[in-house]
Structure formats: C-alpha cells, structure tokens
Design a protein around this ligand. Structure first.
Ligand SMILES: [Zn+2]
Length: 353
C-alpha cells in the first residue's frame, strides 16, 4: 500500500507539527474494485483531533478517530480515496458568517493560551488552543467534498470532521459548533459551480437551528431535518417552514424519544420525496449526525446500524433521481465512538451498493 504524508499546511502554523499519513487512493478516478462505483472520497485530517473541549466533554477526538481507524482496515482501501485539502479562507466563511462574528472568534481564540480552555461567549461551546483553526479546516473539508462530488457523476464524499457545525448561526456559535460547515459547503457549491438548488438533509438527533436560520429565507437551499423532540436546541417545529422567499423550503419532522429510524424513513419517502419533485435538487448534502443511534450519550432515539443503511439507501435514491447521484455527507454529532464507526460503515456500504 502506497502512502503519502502531507506536511503541516501553511495556513495553520499555530498547530503542532503533525504529519498526516493516510492510505493513498487505490483507484483515484476509476471504479472501485467490487462495486463498479467511483471510490468514496473521505475528507479527514489528523489535526481535527487537536480541538480539545476537555476530558469530561462528550465531543471527544475519539468520536472521529474511531471511524478513521475502522476505515483504514484493508478491506475498505479499494473503495475509498483520502485526498488532502486546505482550510477554508475568511472569504469562504463570509458567505455564511458575519465579519463581526468571525472577528469575535479570532479575538476570543487569541485569549486562549496553551493548556487553557474557555467558553465561547455566544454559546455553550468550548474553545481550546487551535479550535478556530480546526473548525476552519473542517469547513475546508466540506468544500473539498463539494469539489470531489462535482468532479464526476455518482461521486460521493464523506467529511469526517469535528467540531460539528449545524448549530452555528450567521452570528453565533453554540451547541459545540463554531462554524457551520454544511452551510459553507452549500454556499461554495453555489458560487464555484453555479449550483442553483441544493437539498440539505439533517439526520442528527438535534435540530440544526443554525443551518435552518442561515437558509430559511432562501429558496435555493431546501433544508430538511428530522430530530428528537423535545431536545436541545428546542427549535425545528413542523410549523417552521421557512420565511419570505424561503417559505416552503424548510421541512421539520418531530421524532419522539424512544423512536427508531422508521419515522425518518417514512418522512423521507412521504414528505421529502414529493417535495423534491418540485424542487429538483442538483446536489444533496447530508448533515450526518449519528447521535440518533440507540445508546448515544446525548440522544434518546433508537436508530440501528441497519437503519442507517436504509436511510443512506433512501437518500441515495433521491440523489440519483435528481442530482446525478452527487452526495456529500458531513459528520455532525454522534457521541459513542464505536457506534459512530458502525454507523459510518453501514452508510458507506449502502452508498456503494
Ligand atoms: Zn446532535
């Protein structure tokens, strides 16, 4: 197995000089060995592990590294490619966040010295040394995922990032989120590739209040979320359907505690699919929170690995119907590492079928 090592990216010199060594793609542009489909692009950087909310915090580095360790098994290698990527620029982030908020992030980050942690002033989010740089790199992963799926039809990417992003609004980080990566990816796709209609499907156990707020008045991005109710952050009632020009382009589904994936699967088939006949998305982005898994530390839903496989199959059908199969999945929550690895394997296996 050939491997490559990319040195520290120049834009993130504040970080310790980690080297990222990942298996090189086995079949960069051709079909994967067993499925006939293009390899799935995995966007991951070891520096994601340097964001450190503290030993008692549920948003731990092992949430993601457990997935990566699983996907580094030899059986996965012909099916995956692991390109390097750069951090998002300030201009990239300004498509989503205000200059004032980005300035606030930089200012508060500057006050966090080695060995320290602080709470972000806008919400319940810990910043450790390098956290803003890590979040910026995570947004870059999402953008690289857009590049990957626009490179050829039926291309799929999965960005294994942290910290998560879907609670971050234009002006406010909260809920472990500093920057809204899926929103940055959507705006990048619109500007770079002139994509006119994007569907965001949010399967995290929590409502993606930040993503909804960013796009609620926008009829070019359709936001769908099925989430546990009641639960943090409390938004996402089915009556919230967008505002102004975006009215009808937001769809929220309540899932009651103890439910399995059937509510989501039913909503995808009976509510979202009919709406997509009108909207006809050109790109499908998935806020792939895995904290609806049975046994998660923060959620009280009962999704199974087989359920995640079925969810992926349904979303793939939507993408194949409207978007030439182009899908970007981006990790949000999910707080039991081994379950994250199991769910991602189930999802990727379904996408490769
Ligand atoms: Zn969540």
């Amino acid at each position: 197995m050939k491997r490559y090592c990319s040195p520290l990216l120049s834009g993130l010199l504040v970080l310790s000089p980690l080297l990222l060594c990942m298996p090189e793609a086995v079949a960069q542009d051709g079909a994967s060995a067993s499925s006939g489909k293009p390899p799935i692009t995995i966007l991951y950087d070891a520096r994601f592990e340097t964001h450190d909310p503290g030993p008692e915090h549920p948003e731990q580095a092992h949430r993601v590294s457990a997935i990566v360790e699983r996907l580094q098994q030899p059986s996965w290698q012909p099916l995956l490619r692991w390109p390097a990527f750069a951090a998002a620029t300030r201009a990239d982030l300004l498509r989503v966040h205000s200059a004032a908020y980005l300035d606030l992030l930089d200012a508060e980050q500057a006050h966090v010295h080695a060995g320290e942690r602080r709470l972000l002033s806008t919400g319940d989010t810990v910043i450790s040394p390098h956290s803003v740089a890590v979040a910026t790199l995570a947004s870059g992963a999402g953008m690289a995922g857009v590049d990957a799926i626009m490179s050829q039809p039926s291309a799929t990417a999965f960005a294994l990032v942290r910290p998560p992003g879907h609670h971050a609004t234009r002006e406010r980080g909260m809920g472990f989120c500093l920057i809204n990566h899926i929103a940055v990816a959507a705006r990048y796709a619109q500007q770079r590739y002139a994509i006119q209609r994007i569907l965001i499907i949010d399967i995290d156990v929590h409502h993606g209040n930040g993503t909804q707020a960013i796009f609620e008045a926008d009829n070019s991005v359709f936001y769908f979320s099925a989430h546990q109710h009641p639960l943090y952050p409390g938004s996402g009632r089915p009556s919230e359907q967008g505002i102004g020009a975006g009215l009808g382009y937001t769809m929220n589904v309540d899932v009651h505690p103890g439910s399995n994936e059937q509510v989501l699967l039913h909503a995808l088939a009976q509510q979202l699919a009919p709406a997509m006949q009108q909207f006809r998305p050109q790109l499908v982005l998935v806020s792939a929170g895995l904290d609806a898994h049975a046994g998660d530390r923060l959620g009280a839903l009962q999704y199974t690995d087989a359920g995640y496989s079925n969810i992926a199959t349904r979303i793939k059908q939507l993408a194949e119907t409207y978007a030439q199969g182009r899908m970007l999945w981006l990790l949000e929550g999910g707080y039991v590492p081994v379950q994250n690895a199991n769910a991602v394997e189930a999802i990727l296996s379904a996408l490769l079928r």
